[in-house]
Write a protein that binds this ligand. Structure first.
Ligand code: PLP
Length: 261
């Protein structure tokens, strides 16, 4: 991650290499902190309020105080002005001690990955109490992603002990059967992706509990997330997929909706 600008509650914009966390912050010591990551298109944070709603919901799950939305919003405004980069990634971090807004550069390889499509490694996944909350206790997700990369894949696909498809470590998953899109139901222990809900609005989809075999037999598979947007999938384990029309159309539709095409 290339950090372009950083702002902290009570201090405003600070140099990106400035220490901003206390050593006794429980966010650091025990992973008791929540975060949000969103895209900024042409200087406008995309779906800021749904992200704030989810930050507040995650904070409630971790029994953290309510994040001060207005103050975080003005912090983000100042950090974005300092970064002076209209297309970037905005993050909020809310710990028991502090709140931060971080602006970073977009990962440089996104469009190459979109052209080539992702290969996913199937990963058996037992979800914990905080599944569906965006807490900084993401080490398991990151370890699964790193293990997939070590094994020659691009990312992981989590599958529950009963064989139901869940999500990726940092994305929601979709598959197409003919004209019908499917995505795992939010009744499962997965994150309610903001991009997922935008795609839902744009294209509609059926939700359900899907065995992995059903996804493996689909016509097309793709992932969605704020940073990677709509990412085609070309392999899940040993099963190969063609890059299909739905992912490409939805990527364009998402950009049009974001006003950043
Ligand atoms: N699922 C998980 C576990 C995630 O961490 C993320 C995003 O980081 C998503 C899904 C996608 O969510 P969003 O579209 O809000 O970025």
């Amino acid at each position: 991650m290339t950090l372009l600008a950083l702002a902290q509650l009570g201090r405003g914009v600070v140099p990106v290499d400035e220490p901003v966390l206390r050593a006794d912050d429980e966010g650091v010591l025990r992973g008791r902190a929540v975060f949000e990551t969103l895209r900024v298109y042409d200087g406008r944070p995309f779906e800021l309020h749904p992200h704030f709603d989810r930050l507040a919901a995650s904070a409630r799950r971790l029994r953290l105080p309510e994040p001060p939305q207005g103050q975080l919003q003005s912090l983000a405004h100042d950090a974005l002005a300092a970064a002076n980069e209209p297309n970037c990634v905005l993050r909020f971090l809310w710990t028991p001690e502090t709140g931060l807004a971080l602006v970073s550069a977009l990962p440089p390889d996104l469009e190459d990955l979109r052209k080539r499509g992702l290969r996913l490694q199937v990963c058996d996944w037992a979800t914990g109490l905080l599944a569906g909350a965006k807490s900084v206790s993401y080490a398991e997700n990151m370890a699964a992603q790193a293990a997939a990369v070590e094994a020659g894949f691009d990312d992981a696909l989590f599958v529950a002990p009963d064989g139901s498809v869940l999500e990726g470590p940092t994305s929601n998953v979709w598959f197409r059967e003919g004209d019908v899109l499917h995505t795992p139901t939010l009744a499962l222990p997965i994150l309610a992706g903001v991009t997922r809900s935008v795609i839902w609005k744009l294209a509609g989809a059926e939700e359900g509990r899907y065995p992995l075999e059903r996804l493996l037999a689909a016509d097309e598979v793709f992932l969605s997330s704020s940073v990677r947007e709509v990412m085609p999938v070309v392999a899940v384990g040993e099963t190969a997929f063609e890059r299909g029309p739905a992912a490409a159309e939805l990527q364009n539709a998402l950009r049009r909706y974001a006003g950043g095409a």
